[in-house]
Design a protein around this ligand. Structure first.
Ligand SMILES: NC(=O)c1ccc[n+]([C@@H]2O[C@H](COP(=O)([O-])OP(=O)(O)OC[C@H]3O[C@@H](n4cnc5c(N)ncnc54)[C@H](OP(=O)(O)O)[C@@H]3O)[C@@H](O)[C@H]2O)c1
Length: 323
């Protein structure tokens, strides 16, 4: 079986980390992206840019010959999910099927609906009681229902630590770091599931390397860094060398603007995820690959700030930050 992977959405947050991780592991990477790839990826000898629209099935198939794994790392803006999520997923699925390749999808926790329990296992019932849960359930059901396709959903929590902006980590948590503030969208004492992207990307490589034993449809959970906001705040304080004043996201403003701003409406729908503690149970993943990659939190936070271009101070940490 070839060690060639087609990564759809290679210039995205996860796509970038996947491209780098597979190339570093010695794979040939066909990196689909409509725009130019970041220079760091283009400079890698194992990476070839496939410049085409992710809906262009002919171009995908012609450009991805020889791939034994296809990863759907595409993500239309929230406001276009209803028009594009399923057509993009269908294009990835049709490409994998035609190539006889393993299809991999980064799943999220939306499938469990707004009443999600605190521990999410691969057997936790799904509940289509939000519009996004509905779409994600349908997307995965189509993968599972395709008899001649091998597929894996690797489910993870909120991303942090990749290139580019647009995640909760940069839009909220560290958005006011320069004024020594930590902005959190929910109560500080509830566990939230986070996925440090370089770890998740490495995990995709390790699962893909088990390709030969992955026939049929599989669901795996990546536990990542599950932690209370206070733990993350403490780690940021250590890296920032200053105590941080915690503040809440101004949800009332987002709610007020929701009737007029579609993206705010889409964000407001996700508030429940910050009000219900949850973490992912990764037992099946451990059975398959052993101990999953796990960068220590301080290192992950330090690297995440660096990836966002936020320079951490060289001043010595205050006693309060280290307490
Ligand atoms: N973000 C999270 O916290 C999180 C957590 C768990 C799972 N996931 C899942 O992981 C996957 C990747 O997420 P991400 O945050 O890494 O994605 P992202 O960076 O937001 O986007 C990935 C790529 O999707 C492509 N894309 C966007 N709009 C498109 C459109 N209209 N038509 C075609 N392609 C389009 C873009 O490729 P071009 O370069 O071609 O523009 C973009 O680089 C998604 O399925 C997401 O639901 C995300």
């Amino acid at each position: 079986m070839s060690s060639t992977v087609l990564i759809m959405g290679a210039a995205g947050r996860l796509g970038f980390c996947l491209t780098r991780a597979f190339a570093n592991a010695g794979w040939q990477v066909i990196a689909q992206a409509r725009k130019d790839l970041p220079a760091e990826l283009l400079g890698h000898k194992g990476v070839r840019h496939l410049a085409c629209d992710a809906l262009d099935r002919n171009a995908l198939l012609a450009g991805a010959q020889g791939a034994s794994v296809v990863i759907n790392a595409l993500n239309p803006p929230y406001t276009q999910w209803h028009q594009l999520l399923l057509p993009l997923a269908d294009a990835a699925q049709a490409t994998a099927k035609s190539l006889g390749a393993l299809l991999m999808l980064p799943g999220n926790v939306y499938n469990f609906g707004r009443d999600l329990p605190s521990v999410l296992s691969t057997h936790t019932p799904e509940r289509a009681n939000t519009s996004k849960a509905d779409l994600r359930i349908e997307m995965e059901a189509r993968m599972a229902a395709e008899p001649s396709l091998d597929s894996v959903v690797l489910r993870a929590g909120d991303f942090f630590g990749g290139p580019g902006r647009g995640s909760w980590f940069d839009l909220a948590l560290v958005s006011k770091l320069n004024s020594d503030r930590f902005i959190y969208p929910g109560p500080l004492d509830q566990t939230h599931a986070w996925a440090y992207l370089p770890d998740l990307a490495e995990c995709f490589v390790r699962v893909a390397e088990k390709r030969e034993v992955l026939s049929g449809h599989h669901r795996l959970h990546f536990a990542g860094h599950s932690m209370e906001a206070q733990v993350l705040q403490k780690a940021l304080e250590q890296v920032w060398s200053q105590p941080l004043k915690a503040g809440n996201l101004p949800w009332f403003l987002i709610r007020l603007g929701s009737p007029f701003v579609a993206s705010w409406r889409a964000i407001a729908e996700m508030r429940y995820l910050w009000q219900r503690p949850h973490r992912l149970d990764d037992r099946e993943l451990r059975q398959l690959i052993g101990e999953p990659p796990h960068t220590p939190l301080l290192q992950a936070v330090q690297d995440s700030l660096q990836a966002l271009g936020i320079n951490t101070p060289t001043r010595p940490a205050t006693k309060e930050a280290l307490a």
